[in-house]
Ligand binder design. Sequence first.
Ligand SMILES: NC(=O)c1ccc[n+]([C@@H]2O[C@H](COP(=O)([O-])OP(=O)(O)OC[C@H]3O[C@@H](n4cnc5c(N)ncnc54)[C@H](OP(=O)(O)O)[C@@H]3O)[C@@H](O)[C@H]2O)c1
Length: 323
Amino acid sequence: MKVLVIGASGAIGTRLVPQLIEAGHDVVGSYRSRASAELVRALGAEPIEVDLLDGRAVHEAVAGIEPDAMVNQATALTDVNFSRNLDRSFNETNQLRTEATDALLAVAREIGVRRFVAQSYANFRYEREGGPVKTEDDPLDPRPVETMGETVAALRYLEQAVTKAGGIVLRYGNFYGAANDGLIEPVRKRQFPIVGDGDGVSSFIHLADAAAATVLALEHDGPAIYNIVDDDPAPVREWLPVLADALGAEPPRHFPRWLARLFAGEAGVMLATEARGASNAKAKRELGWRLRYPSWRRGFAEAYATEAARNEPVSRSTHRSAA
Ligand SMILES: NC(=O)c1ccc[n+]([C@@H]2O[C@H](COP(=O)([O-])OP(=O)(O)OC[C@H]3O[C@@H](n4cnc5c(N)ncnc54)[C@H](OP(=O)(O)O)[C@@H]3O)[C@@H](O)[C@H]2O)c1
């Protein structure tokens, strides 16, 4: 198939393009900033510059390519300052998830694109009641925290628009596996504490496994929604010390809720104490997906081995390399 990867220069796009080529597809990869053109070309895709928030440009570009399939991986999260107000941090990403989704679906319909897959998110989506791990059939949170209301609404909008058009929505867990993952710096600087009892459950996914699931989804008929997460949803109190250790950082601090609220706002406290994780059973069953990194327990250690070495005092790294 001729596959158009929207956001080919991003964290997931850069892992997805080589896997699609490996699977025998012809890939065109979109980007926004000029600097990304060479990266997309080096990955083996034909690069195309498109501003997704310019409806006419989207139409012209996609109609000119005439892809058989499209996958939308565009977000605007590079160097985002995660403030106490999550909606402020996600403002541009929310526009991409609503306006750009509409523009992409409209041209896809017009030119008869056969498959449409879009990025969504699994963590903080599900109802904060009942068991710790949720399936795609479980209800979404009916009362999202106020400062993340627009972000949650944009994800819902995207999911409804894509499935209504017959497409596939992938609710990814937290990405990891790149040297510039967003959690690395805060964890290394001990700015990411365990809040209260650390009961909030997170689902993770290694970028290589996320890309593999996406290739399979592109070869599958929709409409459908899949959680693309690993086998091991876990509370913050479990995964955060393991991540800190993998990065060679000091163990995380412990904050009471009231203190965390001052720094991270209500959304941060909710994620750390009440969020639910997601089950990947449906994606495994229906897509035939097999994970290379079934748990972050091994995945963090492998992904961040060099990060930890860079962060270690000389005596420790000397000792280890001599071992
Ligand atoms: N599920 C998750 O945990 C999750 C999901 C998404 C992102 N993240 C994290 O967020 C961080 C940043 O993500 P990222 O590396 O994917 O970068 P990003 O800045 O979110 O960009 C992603 C892609 O979207 C493109 N893009 C952004 N705005 C656009 C626009 N207006 N028009 C057209 N294309 C546009 C980018 O192009 P350019 O490269 O040319 O700017 C890039 O190809 C990473 O650490 C990543 O792991 C996590």
